[in-house]
Design a protein around this ligand. Structure first.
Ligand code: 0A1
Ligand code: ZN
Length: 881
């Protein structure tokens, strides 16, 4: 583990390198504990660079075996080496030179899963962001691009498959039962996109013919026996390739595209050029073992990594501060892809739910940072929902402000102008400014100012002047390091909904820029006047979540119900239902805290049940409406002094009200939404299952709930239904024999399938209440718990901390103490994993004082540890600052 050096990297310090890297030639001789790598790097000094400047190469826990310059051993006086850097002096002023670096690596001992490591007997690499420096000394930064030739030599019997980036050059037998393969990637790339995989893997093959008629070989590598479970991923890949051609005009460029699924991986997947490496959770699926959510995730992540080929690989980032340039844009592209494959409105609802539950708390807490930060201590900690999801929202706003055609022109210009570049956010924005003639300076604050803007709206209709007046005020809250904020350019999609449900067309709108159905809020205070409106309309604002803001608009329940009934934007209908639900849930939390009886507005119940039973609405949408705001959503709305037990109790009481009121509707849905015939993972079938399972969950509040859930579990013929029924049993009836039986049966049936076992752990980790901590502790002793497998650790410990508000936030602080110990135990082995799980405590300051004090003590315990990784040190210190 690299321990903290306290060094902070500043964007303002960015300088290009003194040397240009022309070519990289790597020869790996693979060995589980002593892999030998000979790296030949050809450099020349950059024009205008200091003729005396030394060559400085990065390393991380490296051992140098040999060093040569132009094939001659380098005298010791000419270089300085430590595990973290190699500095070579007295290099030629202008002529190219070749540096040969030989390092010995121990993949077996690499628990960090960064650099070259072994997982289930398979050699695998992860180099983003700074993993390549764990393989060899190298200018390990994204603005150093070169073509790579890679030769892999390995034992043939145990490693029949030898893969790297680019096109296959050739291979053959070597000595002593070894063989080799050589790969050449002609597209200059930064080191973070390097990949190597070797082992004994099964393969699924297909081909894709690109829009210009080239045939590309597609190969997905998985553990032997799991090949049939890669079929859906292959299908998603082909759909992604076609979509990128049709929507963005982007064609694949190599002769071969490969995906490898591995079971030990820190993140979701990695877009290495031509050789994506995936957490197998996002590749493997079949009806028996994968839920609808798993299928949707696979589709989205396969697309995401594939889309990086253009947004990330062909055009990469100049430095890591520009991470959102590839991530925000690529998330936007995968969101659009999924929206086109499925229901756009339902997809948008899911995106916004995720944004609000993950990114908004980050933006409101101690870890808040701009989409394009200006400093970091550990770049691994900036793979955040702010960079990814808010980054995507910022791209979406550019599309909203410019309109679809101009946005497309801007993207075309970006691809044309920057292909082969290591670019910046400014380069990206300039393309849109240029094609549209717009000044995007103010808009760019979205990249630079952290915090979720709060927009306060009030509206008044004046019958005499037939005008509707909307007053808006915006305020971006202070965030760490940024106390004063400037007004943002906020695009607000709107509709004026008339009494009969139709959309009103004002004769004019004054007070600011309006394009199509978008109001451009650019001032701190701004008043828009809509003229020629014959009767009081209901304003639907921020439709489609056109801007990632908090909106404080006190609309009456009647107005919200009107939007929920009539808006042509389904997202806005869902938003209105949420806005109707929230005051009920907030009041319920307060009443639960004060020991008062919990009531619920009948108008809200009626509006929700009307949607639930409306056969004209797609089932997936109805399921989204029935999934009320989560406990985390309620906590966020309450804003401070939060008591998770009261929030939980209040929400449960509202659910029970709804269940009683809607019993007939839920009975009918449970019966009618059954999917007949063989399982298919398509969006329509998934929507029916979602609605039926939602009904099952409500029915659990009524008499006979246990038996019904137990029946549903026993008769489930797919993983979605099975896990939903198991969740109802475990969460609603944790002490019942039926629950223990179902958990036992599930374990027995799937105990050879790690991805399904993860579900078994997660369902139990999220059982509400104080008793779950003991269960989590016991599960850590279960022989199925594998402490070295990130998926398993996330499934149990991560899920407990992130997704069990009452279990984790115990009033006695035991949950936080438990987490602190776990973080300290995980950190020496896998700092990235430890740091990420620790971010589950990011909202600790909004807890009521007793819990907050316990949380502070637990964080203090972590920060006082003698030795911490940079990853965990960075997070814990920002959290307690
Ligand atoms: N670029 C990848 C995410 C990723 C980042 C860091 C990693 O290191 C362990 C791995 C993957 C993506 O956006 O998919
Ligand atoms: Zn990405």
């Amino acid at each position: 583990m690299r321990t903290d050096t306290g060094q902070i990297v500043h964007l303002a310090d960015y300088r290009p390198t003194d040397f240009i890297l022309e070519r990289v030639d790597l020869t790996f001789e693979l060995d589980p504990t002593a892999t030998r790598l000979e790296a030949r790097l050809i450099f020349h000094r950059r024009d205008g660079a200091d003729p005396k400047a030394p060559l400085v190469l990065d390393g991380d826990e490296l051992t140098l075996a040999e060093l040569r310059l132009d094939q001659n051993e380098l005298p010791a006086a000419q270089f300085d080496v430590t595990p973290d850097s190699l500095v070579i002096r007295d290099l030629p002023e202008a002529a190219p030179f070749e540096v040969t670096v030989i390092t010995i690596i121990n993949p077996e001992a690499n628990g960090q899963l960064m650099g070259l490591y072994r997982t289930n007997g398979v050699y695998c690499t992860q180099c983003e962001a700074e993993g390549f420096r764990r393989i060899t000394y190298f200018p390990d930064r994204p603005d150093v691009l070169a073509p790579y030739t890679v030769t892999i030599i390995a034992d043939k019997a145990t490693n029949p498959v030898l893969l790297s980036n680019g096109n296959f050059l050739g291979g053959g037998n070597y000595d002593e039962g070894r063989h080799f393969a050589a790969w050449f990637d002609p597209f200059p790339k930064p080191s973070y996109l390097f990949a190597l995989v070797a082992g004994d893997l099964g393969i699924v093959e297909d081909t894709f013919t690109t829009m210009s008629g080239r045939e590309v070989a597609l190969k997905i590598y998985v553990e032997h026996g799991k090949e049939p479970r890669a079929a859906y991923a292959m299908d998603a890949l082909k759909r992604s390739m076609r979509w990128d051609e049709e929507r963005f005009g982007r064609e694949y460029d190599l002769d071969i595209f490969m995906i490898v699924a591995v079971s030990d991986f820190n993140m979701g997947a990695m877009e290495n050029k031509g050789l994506n490496v995936f957490n197998d959770k996002y590749v493997l699926a079949d009806p028996e073992t994968a839920t609808d959510q798993d299928y949707a995730n696979i589709e989205a992540i396969i697309a995401h990594e594939y889309f990086h080929n253009w947004t990330g690989n062909r055009i990469t980032c100049r430095d890591w501060f520009q991470l959102c340039l590839k991530e925000g844009l690529t998330v936007y592209r995968d969101h659009e892809f999924s929206a086109d494959q499925r229901s756009r409105a339902v997809k948008r609802i899911a995106e916004v739910r995720h944004l609000k539950s993950e990114q908004f708390p980050e933006d409101a807490g101690p870890l808040a940072h701009p989409v394009r930060p200006t400093t970091y201590r550990e770049i691994n900690n900036f793979y955040t929902t702010t960079v990814y999801e808010k980054g995507s929202e910022v791209t979406r706003m550019i599309a909203t402000i410019l309109g679809r055609d101009r946005f497309k022109q801007g993207m075309d210009l970006y691809f044309e102008r920057h292909d082969g570049d290591a670019a910046t956010v400014e380069d990206f924005v300039a393309c849109f400014a240029e094609v549209s003639g717009r000044d995007l300076t103010q808009f760019s604050r979205w990249y630079h100012q952290a915090g979720t803007p709060m927009v306060t709206a009030s509206a008044e209709y004046d019958a005499a002047s037939r005008s509707f007046v909307l007053t808006l005020e915006q305020n971006v809250p202070p965030t760490p390091g940024q106390s004063v904020k400037e007004p943002m350019h906020i695009p607000l999609s709107f509709a004026l909904i008339l009494d009969n449900g139709s959309i009103g067309e004002p004769s004019s709108i004054t007070g600011g820029e309006v394009t199509d159905d978008v109001l451009h809020l650019t001032e701190r205070h701004q008043t828009f006047t809509f003229s020629g409106i014959g009767a009081r309309p209901v304003l639907s604002l921020n439709r489609g979540f056109s801007a990632p803001i908090n909106l404080d608009f006190r609309q009456t329940p009647a107005d919200l119900a009107h939007i929920a009934r009539h808006d042509s934007d389904l997202f806005a209908r869902w938003q209105a239902l949420t806005d109707l639900a929230l005051p009920n849930l907030l009041q319920a939390a307060r009443d639960a805290r004060d020991g008062k009886e919990i009531t619920c507005d009948p108008a809200f119940l009626a509006a929700l049940l009307e949607v639930a039973g409306d056969g004209n609405l797609e089932p997936a949408f109805r399921a989204q409406a029935l999934a009320l705001p989560s406990e985390a959503d309620i906590a966020r709305e309450l804003g401070g002094n939060n008591d998770p037990d009261a929030i939980h109790a209040g929400r449960q009481a509202i659910l029970a009200h709804l269940a009683r009121e809607g019993a007939a509707t839920f009975e009918a849905l449970f019966a009618s939404m059954r999917t007949e015939g063989a399982f298919t993972p398509d969006a329509a079938s998934a929507g029916r299952r979602a609605l039926r399972n939602s009904a099952l969950s409500y029915l659990s509040y009524l008499d006979g709930g246990v038996a019904r859930a137990a029946d549903a579990f026993a008769s489930a013929d797919n993983m979605t239904d099975m896990t939903q029924a198991l969740t109802v049993l475990a969460h609603r009836f944790p002490g019942e024999a039926a629950t223990a039986n179902a958990l036992g049966a599930f374990l027995k049936r799937f105990d050879d399938n790690p991805l399904v076992l993860d579900k078994w752990f997660s369902i139990q980790a999220t059982i509400p209440g104080v008793a779950t901590l003991a269960r989590v502790r016991a599960l850590m002793e279960d022989p199925h718990f594998v402490a070295t497998n990130p998926n398993r650790v996330r499934a149990l410990i991560g899920t407990f901390a992130f997704a069990n508000p009452t279990g984790f936030n115990r009033k006695d602080g035991e949950g936080y103490r438990f987490l602190a110990r776990q973080i300290l135990a995980i950190d020496p082995r896998n700092p990235q994993l430890a740091a990420r799980i620790l971010t589950s405590m990011r909202s600790w300051r909004s807890l009521e004082p007793t819990r907050a004090e316990h949380a502070r003590t637990a964080l203090g315990e972590i920060s006082a540890a003698a030795s911490l990784s940079t990853d965990v040190r960075d997070i814990v210190e920002r959290m307690i600052q």
